[in-house]
Design a binder for this molecule. Structure first.
Ligand code: AMP
Ligand code: MG
Length: 413
């Protein structure tokens, strides 16, 4: 079962709007067992839209189209669909009534543009839009289904969820496609691939493996295809168990797990608390930890010790350490973590001190250097890493490295 996506709109091609519609549609269609094999983004231009439609004909079972359905002159998808399907625009009374009611509720007078929105190609089936004014449209021609929807994401999602997905599910006896993600951290992609050479060679043919790296985290996506949920889930489960035995120390979670979510679970289970003492990350770790709902149970607070004076006065980092090793050192990071743990009275405390850049690096401590430490009743541990040159990327990577150390310290015996 093949599907393809066409997103229409100048804004998508000049980088003004990110095409989130096709990502969402791709995920949903894939869940139904469709192979979304191509997506195209085109201008609001008659010729370009026509070419994209002609190119899709006969190559997919379903073509999903979004955008260009607004009432203004720049949106021309409807007229162009009429041309492609050799039909004409007619007023749909049901849609007209809905638009009139919506305008009345909002206290706006109807105008010519609103009436235009009630015009639909005569040969289509109208898909009611409960989230806006422009309806969706369902066409069938020479064995291909074409579905046109508004570009506004929540309106597209309404039409997909209410009309399109249920009908496609009914009509296409589905092959099951299941994705499972294993989250890894701590080794570069090339090294991870080397560690997994044997695992990859032994993968059954129904399972595909993809490496998806971002900020030091590598998501391993296992995709299984087969006749039933149970069958595919079993094969994936077997492979996941194998992964856990090959790279146990690199796996920190599954699917959409982030370090902050995993740490939250671990702290809750153990009834422990945490605080942060951040220099170079400036509160990023606190933000990540507190982005998790319910974090108030285990997250207590932070000292953003950007200046050395704060490090020494609030966190009691000895002046001698700062002078001897410099602020960016594992000794100072350890002292910051221990100081914050005392001050904020938590079971764990994590500290960062580093050089995010672009300035401030030296031969001994280049831009991208970070020292991180975690203090706890098990003692205080620290690490030094050197990342890249981009400031925001560094801050992100420093924070993730620190959270990884926190996780390791929590689960260590
Ligand atoms: P339109 O249906 O072309 O009038 O689109 C209305 C609005 O929806 C645009 O201004 C965009 O902000 C948004 N939009 C259109 N296409 C997409 C897309 N593929 N992904 C995300 N947003 C979109
Ligand atoms: Mg548009």
């Amino acid at each position: 079962m093949k599907a393809q996506i066409i997103t229409i709109g100048d804004e998508l091609l000049i980088g003004q709007t990110i095409d989130t519609n096709s990502a969402w549609i791709g995920a949903e269609m894939s869940r139904l067992g469709f192979d979304v094999w191509r997506k195209l983004s085109v201008h609001d231009l008659r010729e370009d839209i026509l070419v994209s439609l002609k190119e899709s004909a006969g190559k997919s079972h379903v073509v999903l189209i979004t955008g260009g359905l607004g009432p203004t002159s720049d949106d021309i998808t409807k007229q162009t669909l009429c041309e492609f399907f050799n039909t004409r625009l007619v007023i749909n009374l049901e849609v007209l009534k809905m638009i009139e009611e919506m305008m009345k509720r909002r206290n706006f007078p109807m105008n010519e543009n609103n009436r235009k929105q009630a015009e639909v190609p005569e040969s289509c089936r109208v898909l009611k839009n409960g989230a806006g004014t422009a309806p969706g449209m369902w066409f069938e021609k020479d064995g291909t289904i074409y579905i046109s929807m508004p570009g506004v994401p929540h309106e597209m999602k309404y039409i997909m969820t209410e009309h399109v997905l249920p009908e496609l599910k009914r009509r296409f006896a589905s092959q099951v496609i299941i994705h499972r993600n294993i989250m890894t951290y701590g080794t570069p992609e090339a090294r991870l691939a080397e560690l997994l050479t044997g695992f990859e060679a032994d993968l059954p043919s129904e399972i595909k493996l993809a490496y998806l790296p971002a900020a030091g985290i590598i998501k391993l996506r296992l995709t299984g295809t087969g006749a039933s949920n149970v069958l595919v889930n079993n094969i994936i489960e077997e492979q996941v168990n194998k992964l856990y035995s090959v790279i146990p120390e690199l796996i920190y979670g599954e699917n959409e797990d982030s370090f902050e979510i995993v740490i939250g679970k671990l702290l809750r289970e153990r009834g422990k608390t945490i605080s942060t003492a951040e220099s170079c990350t400036g509160g990023k770790i606190a933000h990540m930890l507190t982005s998790v709902p319910g974090s108030s149970i285990y997250y207590k607070g932070s000292v953003i010790a950007y200046d050395n004076k704060i490090k020494s006065e609030l966190l009691k980092v000895p002046q001698t350490l700062l002078e001897k090793y410099g602020a960016v050192s594992t000794d100072v990071a350890e002292s910051m973590a221990a100081g914050a743990r005392d001050l904020l009275k938590t079971d764990y405390s994590v500290a960062t001190s580093g050089i995010a850049g672009p300035d401030g690096g030296s031969d001994a401590k280049p831009v991208g250097t970070v020292c991180i430490a975690v203090a706890s009743e098990k003692g205080t541990i620290s690490e030094k890493h050197v990342f890249g040159n981009d400031r925001l990327t560094n801050i992100n990577r420093f924070s993730i490295a620190a959270l990884s150390l926190v996780r390791r310290q929590i689960i260590s015996r």
